[in-house]
Each structure stands twice: as C-alpha cells, then as structure tokens.
Write a protein that binds this ligand. Structure first.
Ligand code: F6R
Length: 617
C-alpha cells in the first residue's frame, strides 16, 4: 500500500517521479505528492506539491507549477492515519521545510513520538504518523552524533520507530542524495547510468533501467548520481547483488486498452504458457527445482496448509481440490489473517503454501513467519521476484504472470491456479500417488489450456451484452460445486470490488440452508456449471432457485444441453477435464464484473477504498 519513488540523476526529476507514480498508482490513490530539489548546491529550496485524490489531481496542479530539478521523491497514498486530504498527503516536511519524507506503512509508536516532539516545540501540521519522521530527522540532522549526515540521521530515527515502513527522504542541503529505509515493506533500488532510483517495485523505474537490487530488512540506502550504498542500521556497508528485470515497459502500459484490467484479462493465454514454460522434462513430467525440498522430505509431508488472502485464497481453494485428489494428502486452506491467530498445529512434516501475487501482503507474510517459526516447510507461490514473502519462505515458485497493474487480480489468479496444479502434480509424481502416465496426461491437458482461453476470449461479446443487461442490479448470487465453488466466490468478489454490487458466492448445495431466502423474482444467479460429475446435483439447485423466480445465468460446456435447459442466459465454455475448468470459468466471470463496472461508469482499474498491495494488517 502506498507507492513510493525516489530519483537522482540528470533528467528532470518531476517527469521521472510522476511517471513512476503513474505506474505505482495501483498501490493507493487517496492522494499524491512530490518534492523536487534543483540540485544546484546547498541551500536550494525543496519544492513540494501534493493533492488529495488521484494522481490526475496533482498533475493538473503541476501544469501550472513546473518544479525544476534533478532530484525528486514522490508518493501515492492509501490512507491509514488521517483522511485523504491535501494536508495529509505526502511528502511531509519538518518545521523548517528542509527535509521531505514520503512513507509507506504504519508507525505504531507515533503518538508517543508526537508527544515528545511537541514537548520539544515542533509544530504538527497533519494527522499522519509519517510527519514524526520529518521532525525527528530535523533534530538528528541538526545536532548530536549524526549532525550533517542524512543517512546516519535516518538510521538513528529508524532505531526509534516501531511498525512497518519504507521511508524515502530528501534534504535541501543534500543536492546529490536521496536516502531510503525499509522495514517489513518492499523497497527496490534501480541502478542506472549517472542516475539511480528507489521504488516500491520495479515498475517505478522500469522505463529507465532494468537493473534492480532488493533492499533487505532494516537497511538504509544512500542513492547518489554516481552510485548506491546500502548499510544496516549500525552503518555497516552491506554488499548485495543486482538482478535483471526481464519484462519491458510495454508490459506495464495499457497498450490501447481503456483499462489495464481488460488488457490483463486478454494476456492470460500467454501468462499460463509462461507459468508452464520450462517446467516440463523431455519425458513429459515435471521438474520444479524451485521447491528445493529433498525427495525424501516431499515423501515425508503429512499435511498441507494453503494460506492466502482474497482472490489468492480462492486460488488456494482450487489447489486443495487438486492436491487432495492427486496426492491423497489432507489440505487446509486458510485466510492468512486468521491462520496465525488460530495457533494451527504445524511441524516439520507440514508443507505451508503461501499464495500471493504481490508477495507483500502483510497477513500472508505474517502467516509465513508463523509457519516457519513452527518449523513447517514454506513454499511461496508468488508473481513478484524478490518480494518479501518469497525471500522469507524456504522456497519460491514464481507464477510468471508479468506485471499486474489493475487492482482487481485476473491473470495473477489464473497463473496461481495453474501453479497450484503444478504443485499438486509434482507432489503426486514424487510421492508416487499417480502413475507417470497419468501425470503426463494431466500436463498435456494443462498445456492445451492457453489455446482454450484464447478461444474463449473471442466469445466475450455475449458476456459484454449480458453485463449491460445486469448493470443496474443491486444483488447477484453465484453458485458452484466442487472446483466451481471457489470460482463462485471469486466471481462474487470481483463483482463486489469492481461494481460495488452486493454479490455472494455459495456452494450450490448450501443455499437451501439459508441463502435461498435472498432469491426473489428476477434475482440474477450465476451458476458455474461446466461438465462435471456433480452436474445433475448442481442442476437440481438451479431448478430450486429458478422455481423461486431467479434469473439464471449458466456457465456451461460447449454442447451440454442439460444445463442450458435451466438458463435464461448460457455462457459457453470450451471443454476440458473437470478439475481444470476453473482456468476457463474464470474468464467470463472477470469480463462480466469488469464490464458491469464500466457500464456503471466506474474506474475499473482503481475501485474505491482499495489498493493492490495490502501491506497493513
Ligand atoms: C481481488 C484481489 C485481492 C488480492 C488479495 C491478495 O481482485 O486482487 O483480493 O487477491 O489482496 O493479494 P496478494 O495476492 O498480492 O497477496
């Protein structure tokens, strides 16, 4: 949550920083702000502009007021402390206007720090927790052992802070220096030629450099035009290695689409192909070296937990069906926010799979830490190379979905589900619970999926029309059985978050235990009913809601007339094995919610109150 960027180089910093913020806006859009230093020498003024609302509001102001200079920092906010107003927008300054600070995270002991600062005569101008950092830096830079040393001042301040933070700081007397610090939240350095960057993720600077280095826990970075120095909080230099980001700017652009989400939906065939790519042996079996568990340890696994939040949790639910079926292992899927507080029984023979697109979700990260403390083996399934969750887990399986900018997750979920199948088949292969021919056959089916998704995407006009018909509905129900159930949850979540429609997903067999009371004349009920062994039972449930006036929209396999008989609308799906159907049913559910949101005139990429990377508990 909150996007942060810092730049020092020879280009106009404002352009670089605002461009970075544009790419980071998915992390929060309650306000945006920048500080630019002209870089001509000590004593230059810090020029600051900040505005409540989306980045576009700030950009309007910046048309009138061009901030010139080659050093800059910027922020796009997801509000935690204090409402989204201009005064609470970052950067936050000290009393003298000499130091500017942008912050992602929460400073848990800020009230105590504020009390001390006020007693020492500082004047607080916002409701944020962040502002304390500016005033503390003002003091440490002015006097004492860290006087005149911005990095040392920041290290000293960090030692006094509790909570999670990424801080990026500029000082008017330091025309060649941006300093940044990290605890618990992501910070990446971009290494350029005569210019360097910091950002919440690589999209912040991908237009300028693809060489990146991750900043580790409790480290401080000094970013200058000619180089970068990383230290720990004691000031000891920490060596580290950089990595090359292998996707380019196009991947982080809209490419002619009205919304990133629509582009990301269309990218799914390629995304699934990338998830599968290079993971098959010439014999048609799997090698997932990433799991980095010995064969003996894999055979010793006695139980699996999958922990995740939101849509990633739904991917985990699909994973449960696959792993239980293929591996005969008990699998529990838990919302990460509940998992660690429940004190689950874990141990050396427990595999915990943490599913997270961003690899930064606070609840999932804490679940990972809890699981590791209990000696479980933790595998991260994530889209983000070098993310905190991937680094803190025993092993990481990257989903390779490419950058996902829209707040609502689409191709990331698709690739997470694909990765769940890969994990299930790999465990089955190593544990010998499925014979190699069967594993090969499932992998062949999986390899056909990208083509099937591509074909399905060509049929979406009918779903767009349906979205127009449903655009004024206030309540929509989603029903599914077996692997259709997590998809019912996912369909409902997407509709809620994008179109602000009250939507709920249920296992179809459960509705007569209460939820059917919601059905009245004309209530739209979306039924996820690809060909499946439980089809007949599902169709009974469809009849039950229809008899009570529901308007049924049925997702059915090509050629399956049994489901169509009970539907007001049929959305056709290509045929595949029933366990793999989530990879297809996902597509019309995504399109339906995006198009209903669009028809309601909403911002499909940036739904209200949300942020993509949820780094607070
Ligand atoms: C919904 C959505 C969220 C995320 C959830 C977990 O469309 O995107 O529900 O799935 O916040 O995020 P990650 O996967 O980054 O841990």
């Amino acid at each position: 949550m909150c996007g942060i960027v810092g730049y020092v180089g020879s280009k106009q910093a404002l352009e670089v920083v605002v461009d970075g913020l544009r790419r980071l806006e998915y992390r929060g859009y309650d306000s945006a702000g920048v500080a630019v230093l002209d870089g001509t020498g000590p004593g230059a003024a810090l020029q600051v502009e900040r505005k409540a609302g989306k980045l576009a509001n700030l950009e309007k102001v910046l048309v009138e007021r061009e901030l010139r200079g080659t050093l800059g920092i910027g922020h796009t906010r997801w509000a935690t402390h204090g409402p989204p107003t201009d005064a609470n927008a970052h950067p936050h300054l000290d009393c003298a206007g000499a130091v500017a600070v942008v912050h992602n995270g929460t400073i848990e002991n800020y009230e105590e720090l504020v009390a001390g600062l006020e007693a020492r005569g500082h004047e607080r101008r916002s409701d944020t927790d962040t502002e304390v950092v500016s005033h503390l830096l003002e003091e440490r830079y002015a006097t004492g052992p860290t006087a005149g040393d911005l990095a040392a001042s920041l290290r000293s301040v960090c030692r006094d802070l509790q909570g999670s933070f990424v801080l990026v700081v500029a000082h008017r007397d330091e025309p060649d220096l941006v300093v940044a610090a990290r605890r618990n939240l992501p910070l990446v350095i971009g290494l350029g030629d005569g210019e360097n960057f910091v950002g919440s993720d690589v999209t912040a600077f991908i237009a300028h450099t693809r060489e990146a280095r991750a900043v580790e826990q409790d480290q401080v970075v000094e970013v200058r035009r000619d180089g970068v120095v990383v230290t720990d909080l004691d000031g000891l230099v920490v060596e580290g290695s950089s990595y090359h980001v292998d996707w380019d700017t196009d991947a982080a652009e809209k490419g002619g689409y009205d919304f990133f989400m629509l582009k990301e939906i269309d990218e799914q065939p390629g995304a699934v192909r990338d998830t599968l790519g290079g993971r098959l042996t010439p014999e048609g079996l799997l090698h997932l070296d990433e799991l980095s568990m010995s064969d003996e340890d894999v055979r010793g696994i006695e139980q699996v937990f999958i922990v995740a939040c939101g849509s990633a949790y739904h991917s985990g639910l699909v994973g449960k069906y696959a792993i239980e079926r293929w591996c005969r292992l008990p699998v529990q899927v838990e919302m990460a926010s509940e998992f660690r507080y429940r004190d689950p029984v874990l141990g050396r023979t427990t595999l915990v799979i943490a599913v997270s697109q961003s690899g930064e979700t606070a609840d999932t990260l804490e679940a990972v830490r809890h699981a590791r403390a209990q000696k479980a083996w933790v595998l991260a399934v994530t889209n983000t190379v070098g993310s905190t969750i991937s680094r803190e887990s025993d092993a990481a399986l990257y989903t390779r979905g490419g950058p996902e900018v829209a707040v609502a997750s689409t191709k990331a979920v698709m690739t997470q589900i694909t990765a769940m199948y890969l994990v299930g088949l790999y465990l089955a292969q190593l544990r010998g619970t499925r014979d190699p021919d069967e594993v090969r056959a499932h992998l062949r089916d999986l390899q056909e999926i990208p083509e099937l998704i591509a074909e399905l995407l060509t049929r979406m006009d009918a779903v767009r029309e349906l979205a127009h018909e449903l655009k004024d509905e206030q309540r929509v129900l989603f029903l599914g059985r077996h692997v259709g159930y997590p998809l019912a949850l996912e369909g409902a979540l997407k509709l809620k978050e994008l179109a602000y429609v009250s939507a709920e997903g249920f296992p179809a067999g459960e509705i007569k235990h209460g939820p059917i009371a919601l059905v009245e004349q004309g209530t739209p009920v979306v039924v996820i009913a690809p060909r499946h062994a439980l089809q007949a039972k599902l169709l009974n449930n469809v009849q039950e809601v229809r008899a009570r006036g529901a308007r049924t929209i049925v997702l059915a396999t090509d050629g399956d007339e049994s489901a169509a008989a009970y539907a007001e609308h049929v959305v056709r799906l290509p045929d595949t094995k029933s366990l793999l159907t989530p990879l297809l049913t996902l597509v019309p559910l995504q399109v339906l919610s995006a198009e209903i949101a669009r028809a309601r005139g909403l911002d499909v990429d940036q739904p209200r109150n949300l942020a993509k990377s949820v780094t607070v508990e």
